[in-house]
Design a protein around this ligand. Structure first.
Ligand code: TAP
Length: 484
């Protein structure tokens, strides 16, 4: 934990205990209801990014393992899961939700150890939301014909799902819960740096006694995801990750006729009008970009402030940045934890150097960082122009780029001047302005006078290079169904 400055209350360290976690020295693959050894021999360490210490050894799947997992999923789909009474499927999914709740403390600690995010976030956001997604979709399992009246909802088959490292368990829940509710079976690959909670979810699926093969979890690096997605016997591809990889997947699938949803990168605009409740807006901006170290696809990384309140807003953001606590993620006082990996830290640092080289003005708080681990101070760039790369490219770290505007037309043009279209935020006390903005901003999700709010009933997804398809809500069900 960084030392208290004038702006910090001298809080005593409040470390979450690691005693309640059960961590194996090494994990196999979860295939056909069992943890199995790979057909190969490669394993790699997953580490704690806050201190670079080794946590556990993770298996690198081979193409043969991928094939085995897909075959298990196919077998279960044909013999059990798609034939099961929908209300029975729902019971299994409810069971998973309850087990996640029961084991939430352990899951939260593991998420924090493996991913670097503050325990407050894993405990209060990631894990409760993951359980909520299973509860929500369990409820739909036997009501699909009411969700889509006059249609004949049918499952698609085997879903290949590949997820990133920023919300490991939550992304797994976003994908597995609707797929199962609709009668599909699943092979999921978590990110190489954050596989632990997906493997714990595999244990939960075992405890819930799901038919063997309904959910299979295989670990490894990018090529494992590639061979899963390109497996000839998968029917649906659900990918969340970078636009770069998303494009390569889309190219590979071009002539396959397979259903796919891609949830990709973002460069969201957060817009503050002069009539906004400024303190609330500043809190929303800080939450929007510094939450989860900025490892959020919908992070409000571009801030547009109406010129007349610019000085006031910038001073308030600086004051707020100065009070943020960067440090040990297991400490309940921590606001900003560790960057997920050395590789991601290097990318963020390059962008921070670039921002200065591009002529933008850098602001970072004056506070020491721990000696080991991967850390980045909350960073704000002012004097940014539309052409600067820091305002055009996704950084995926706690780096805010601020610009000003004078008119509604100007800010809409600036906000939409991006290849992404995932999310946006609008801060104003005028309802009519909110409606005007939401109809003109090209973003899949737009928050008004709040930011980063998620709910299982609410669809989430992007436009343009942020991908296509929606997860969450009824839209999230439709992505796993053939609707005739
Ligand atoms: P990626 O590098 O794209 O990795 C995402 C997942 O794909 C990982 O499991 C990765 O495995 C795997 N993968 C890598 N290369 C692959 C390939 N050629 N074929 C199939 N799978 C492959 O992204 P990331 O760095 O983990 O995550 C950050 C990105 O995800 C950001 O751009 C962020 O905006 C985006 N994201 C979007 C959303 C939504 S909802 N739109 C949500 C969260 C994150 P390895 O981990 O082993 O490389």
């Amino acid at each position: 934990m960084n030392q208290p400055t004038d702006n910090h209350w001298p809080l005593t360290e409040a470390l979450e205990s690691r005693e309640s976690i059960r961590l194996a020295k090494s994990y196999g693959l979860f295939v056909n209801g069992q943890f199995i050894r790979s057909s190969g021999s490669k394993k790699y360490w997953t580490i704690n990014p806050a201190n670079e210490k080794r946590l556990s050894r993770i298996t690198e799947s081979t193409p043969k393992d991928v094939d085995r997992a897909v075959r298990a999923a196919r077998n279960c789909y044909e013999k059990h899961w798609s034939r099961m009474k929908p209300s029975e499927r729902g019971k299994y999914i409810y069971r998973i939700a309850r087990l996640i709740q029961e084991q939430s403390r352990e899951l939260a600690i593991l998420e924090t150890l493996d991913g670097g995010k503050p325990i407050r976030e894993s405990r209060d956001i990631d894990i409760p939301l993951a359980a909520a997604h299973f509860f929500y979709y369990a409820g739909w399992a036997d009501k699909l014909k009411y969700a889509f009246p006059n249609r004949n909802p049918r499952p698609l088959g085997v879903a290949a799902q590949v997820i990133p490292w920023n919300f490991p368990l939550l992304m797994a829940a976003w994908k597995i819960a609707p797929a199962l509710a609709c009668g599909n079976t699943v092979v999921l690959k978590p990110a190489e740096t954050t596989s632990l909670t997906a493997l714990k979810l595999a244990e939960i699926i075992q405890q819930a006694d799901l038919p063997a093969g309904a959910v299979n979890i295989i670990t490894g690096h990018g090529p494992v995801g590639q061979s899963l997605i390109q497996h000839p016997d998968v029917d649906k591809i659900a990918f969340t990750g970078s636009t770069h990889v998303g494009k390569s997947i889309q190219t590979a699938l071009a002539t396959s006729g397979k259903r796919s949803t891609l949830e990709l990168g973002g460069k969201a605009a957060n817009i503050i009008f002069a009539d906004a409740p400024i303190d609330q807006a500043v809190e929303g901006v800080v939450n929007g970009i510094y939450f989860n170290q900025g490892h959020v696809c919908c992070a409000g990384s571009r801030l547009f402030v109406e010129e007349s309140v610019y000085d006031q807003v910038i001073e308030k953001i600086k004051d707020r940045i100065d009070t943020l606590r960067v440090g040990e993620p297991l400490d309940k006082n921590t606001d900003i934890g560790a960057i997920n990996s050395k590789k991601q830290l290097a990318i963020i640092d390059q962008y921070i150097e670039l921002g200065t080289a591009e002529g933008a003005h850098l602001y970072q708080p004056d506070c020491p960082l721990p000696d080991s681990g991967f850390w980045c101070l909350p960073t704000m760039f002012t004097d940014v122009s539309q052409s600067n790369r820091i305002s055009r490219e996704e950084i995926f770290g706690p780096v805010l780029a601020v610009q000003t505007f004078r008119t509604v037309a100007e800010v809409i043009k600036k906000a939409n001047n991006t290849r992404y279209g995932l999310s946006a935020g609008v801060w104003t006390n005028k309802g009519s302005k909110i409606f005007n903005m939401t109809s003109q901003l090209k973003a899949g999700v737009i928050w008004a006078n709040t930011y980063n709010q998620f709910d299982p009933a609410s669809p989430f997804g992007g436009y343009k290079e942020s991908g296509f398809g929606r997860e969450g809500g009824l839209h999230g069900l439709a992505a796993y169904l053939a609707l005739k």
